[in-house]
Each structure stands twice: as structure tokens, then as C-alpha cells.
Design a protein around this ligand. Structure first.
Ligand SMILES: Cc1cc2nc3c(=O)[nH]c(=O)nc-3n(C[C@H](O)[C@H](O)[C@H](O)COP(=O)(O)OP(=O)(O)OC[C@H]3O[C@@H](n4cnc5c(N)ncnc54)[C@H](O)[C@@H]3O)c2cc1C
Length: 402
């Protein structure tokens, strides 16, 4: 893909498939998942039938072996209709399965990736704890050596997206002897294991179909082959490797913001061309045309940043940190602003539940918090820029070396 965002034939076909599914299967039921707070099992089945879960899994495990560009294309299209359903695909595209494929041992890959590709197993990720959110290095989750072999996991994780329906969870936890960011690694836990319980689900303003669960791990046995990343009590490197892999999640989160923002912009354009005010329509009013101009410009600039970040990952790599942080921040903020203005442009109807823009506004709000908040992304961007680090843009030189 180049800066004109030209897509190859496979990518065009994938976008068309995802758009058809979104319009035919997701859009008609999006309000239902929101109103009832039911998990969108029907969307999950639709994705399975269309082979959509296979997109990012390697061909040797039954997948299509595609990368972050393709997962972005699909998520953008699905979220344009329903973010609660899109996030189900996102969990398997950009969550733990990608880390397993890149960092995992053969047993983890053989055990989980074919089930991920077929859509029989959904993955979730447990990082956040009640007293350790942005400061993940303060987590209490601990692994102790089991004299019979492997480890025992004791942890309480909250805000685990899809944790109440997933088959497995990648749990970030501290290995024996570590403190702070040192010692943190990650293990894959089959959620049917003895000692695992779902203690509740969060009630939220948006993304109400696919909610977040609280998971307790009470002395759960973890075999050595289920360790994805070994924590090292003397090093922060394993923790950094895990953080780097979250860049897939950040880009997926950004793609869903872009899709929902696009859906809201299109809804506003349609409404403005239909809504009569006096002798014309809302679309005739220059003050409102300027709003649409800003909405379209915000979305398009965020889109360019996101597609740059995912293109840089290549087919099997990971999107780079600085470009990813900029893309996530831009997409989060663009979606918030665009969905907010879309409500304004619909007038009173925009505030009512009769129009989808109200739901889109609520659905994307939490994405500025999940996968590293906008503030944490800005911390990362600000400190890097001030240290003289540059993005891949050729026009940007390090000002500290002259
Ligand atoms: C929709 C959604 C999905 C999620 N999915 C998952 C999931 O699947 N798995 C999982 O483990 N977690 C998940 N989370 C949890 C999410 O990662 C945390 O909520 C997030 O990291 C923030 O942590 P916190 O809620 O404890 O807020 P806090 O860390 O307490 O932060 C509160 C506020 O202070 C700001 N802040 C904190 N530290 C700093 C700082 N150093 N500088 C500037 N500002 C700062 C934050 O940006 C935020 O605005 C999800 C959350 C949401 C909303």
C-alpha cells in the first residue's frame, strides 16, 4: 500500500467481503446488542462462516497469513456498522494469537492457532488490575513455582474484553523474584482450568454488546509450555517485548475508531442532504459544510497515520511504537470529535436512540481508554520527540544533533 492508499486485489476483495457482511449482517442487529447488552454470538457465527477469523493466522495453522494492513481493512469496515461485533474479530486478530505466533513455542502454536483461525476459540488478554491500570508495572498477579512442575498463578484481572466468553486468556504476571517492571512475563491460561472464575462483568456506557469481565485466578496450575514470555527478575526486557506487541492492539483499536467515525460522517452527510430547513437542506448551509470539512479532514489524516503504521509492520512484523502511538491518538481523537459533531448535525434526532450516531458516539468513547489511554500515548510521543527521536518521515530531522 502507498500513500494514496491503493489496495491490491486481495485487499480490495477483503474490504468488499467485510463491507457486505457489515451491511447485511451487523448493521441490522447493532442496536439490539447495545440495548440488550447481549454478547453478539450471531456476529461471531457470521465471521466463522465467512472465514474471517483466519485472516491474520499463518497458513500453516489454517489461516490466510495476512498482516496488520488486512486486519485494519476488515476492522474499519465492521466497525462502520457495529463496534461491539468488530471487537470480537479484533480480539483474535490483534490480541494474544499474534503474540503467540511471533513469540510462542510450538506447543502453544499447535494448541491454539488452528482453533483461532477456525473461530472455535476466542482469546482475551488480562493485563489491567483494580490497582494497576496505566501503571501496569505495579501489577500484583504472581506466578510461584509449583513443586510438581510449572507454576501456580494467583491474579485478579479486570476490564478483560470478552473474558466471560473467551476460551483462553493471555495473563500478564510477575515471575518469582521480580519487582516493578522486572520479572513481568505472560502465560496462556485455558479458561476452563480449575481455579479460574468470572466474578463479574462491567456495565458500560458503550460497547455494551462485547463487555469487559473480571477474572479471578486462584492457584491455577500453569504448565511450563504455556509460558509465552518468561519474566526475568533482573530485566525489564520481557515486559518491553510484551508492550511492543500491544502495538497490534493499538492499531486494531484505532481501526475501529476510524470505521465508526466514517460511519458517523456518512450518516451525517446523508441526513444533511435530506433534512429540509426553510427552502433548502442542511447541506446548503455553509456553516455546517465547514463542520463536515473538518470531520472529513480529521478522519482522513488519522487514516493516513494508521495505514502508515500498519504498512510499516510488513506482512509478519509489528507496527513501530512511535508511529503507532501517533496513529492511535489521532484515530481516538478524530472519532470522538467526528461522532460528537455527527450528533450535533442530526439535531434532536442525533440525541435520540432512533439514529445510530448516538450509539457510535458511546461505542468509541472507551477506545480512548483501552489499549493504553490517549494520555499514555501522548507521554510516549512527547518524551520520544523531546529526546530527538523521529518518525519515518524523511522531512523530520533530529533537532538535537543539528
Ligand atoms: C473498552 C475498554 C476495553 C479494555 N480492554 C482491556 C482488556 O482487554 N484487557 C485489559 O487488561 N485491560 C483492558 N482495559 C483496561 C484499560 O487498559 C485500562 O482502563 C487503562 O489502561 C487505564 O487504566 P485505569 O482504568 O486503571 O486508569 P488509570 O491508570 O487510573 O488512569 C486514570 C486517568 O489518569 C490518566 N493517567 C494515568 N497515568 C498517567 C500518566 N502517567 N500520565 C498522564 N496521565 C495518566 C489516564 O490516562 C486516565 O485518564 C480496557 C478498558 C476499556 C475502557
Amino acid at each position: 500500500m502507498d500513500l494514496a492508499l491503493t489496495e491490491n486485489e486481495d485487499q480490495q476483495a477483503l474490504r468488499k467481503l467485510a463491507r457486505d457482511i457489515a451491511e447485511r449482517e451487523l448493521a441490522p442487529r447493532a442496536a439490539q446488542w447495545d440495548e440488550t447488552e447481549e454478547f453478539p454470538h450471531d456476529s461471531w457465527e457470521v465471521f466463522k462462516k465467512a472465514d474471517l477469523f483466519a485472516v491474520t493466522v499463518g497458513e500453516e495453522y489454517g489461516g490466510m497469513g495476512m498482516g496488520d494492513v488486512e486486519s485494519t481493512i476488515v476492522l474499519e469496515e465492521l466497525a462502520r456498522a457495529d463496534v461491539s461485533s468488530a471487537i470480537v474479530a479484533h480480539l483474535n486478530y490483534n490480541g494474544p494469537p499474534r503474540a503467540i505466533e511471533h513469540l510462542g513455542n510450538d506447543s502453544l502454536k499447535q494448541n491454539w492457532l488452528p482453533r483461532v483461525a477456525s473461530g472455535d476459540a476466542l482469546f482475551c488478554i488480562g493485563i489491567t488490575e483494580p490497582d494497576a491500570g496505566s501503571a501496569a508495572n505495579l501489577m500484583r498477579a504472581s506466578l510461584t513455582e509449583d513443586p510438581a512442575g510449572g507454576f501456580r498463578l494467583n491474579a485478579y484481572k479486570n476490564f478483560v474484553t470478552g473474558g466471560h466468553v473467551a476460551a483462553a486468556c493471555l495473563v500478564w504476571a510477575r515471575f518469582p523474584g521480580g519487582e516493578g517492571a522486572k520479572g513481568i512475563g505472560a502465560v496462556v491460561v485455558d479458561l476452563s482450568s480449575p481455579g479460574v472464575s468470572v466474578t463479574g462483568v462491567h456495565k458500560k456506557m458503550g460497547l455494551r454488546g462485547c463487555t469487559e469481565a473480571e477474572l479471578a485466578f486462584d492457584d491455577v496450575h500453569v504448565a511450563s509450555e504455556d509460558v509465552l514470555v518468561w519474566g526475568d527478575p533482573d530485566s525489564t526486557d520481557p515486559f518491553r517485548d510484551l508492550l511492543l506487541h500491544l502495538n497490534h492492539e493499538r492499531c486494531g483499536n484505532a481501526a475501529m475508531c476510524l470505521g465508526a467515525g466514517q460511519g458517523a460522517l456518512e450518516a451525517a452527510v446523508q441526513y444533511m442532504n435530506e433534512r429540509q430547513v426553510g427552502s433548502g437542506t442542511l447541506a446548503d448551509l455553509q456553516g455546517l459544510q465547514w463542520k463536515v470539512a473538518d470531520m472529513a479532514t480529521q478522519l482522513e489524516s488519522a487514516r493516513l497515520l494508521l495505514y502508515r503504521a500498519v504498512s510499516m509492520a510488513g506482512p509478519h512484523g509489528t507496527p513501530p511504537p512511535l508511529e503507532t502511538a501517533m496513529a492511535k491518538t489521532a484515530c481516538n481523537l478524530a472519532a470522538r470529535s467526528v461522532c460528537d459533531e455527527a450528533i450535533q448535525l442530526h439535531g434532536g434526532y442525533g440525541f435520540s436512540r432512533e439514529y445510530a450516531v448516538e450509539r457510535m458516539y458511546r461505542d468509541i468513547r472507551g477506545l480512548s481508554i483501552g489499549a493504553g489511554t490517549v494520555e499514555v500515548q501522548r507521554n510516549f510521543i512527547g518524551t520520544n520527540v523531546l529526546k530527538g527521536r523521529t518518525t519515518s518521515s524523511p522531512g523530520w530531522r533530529n533537532p538535537l544533533v543539528g
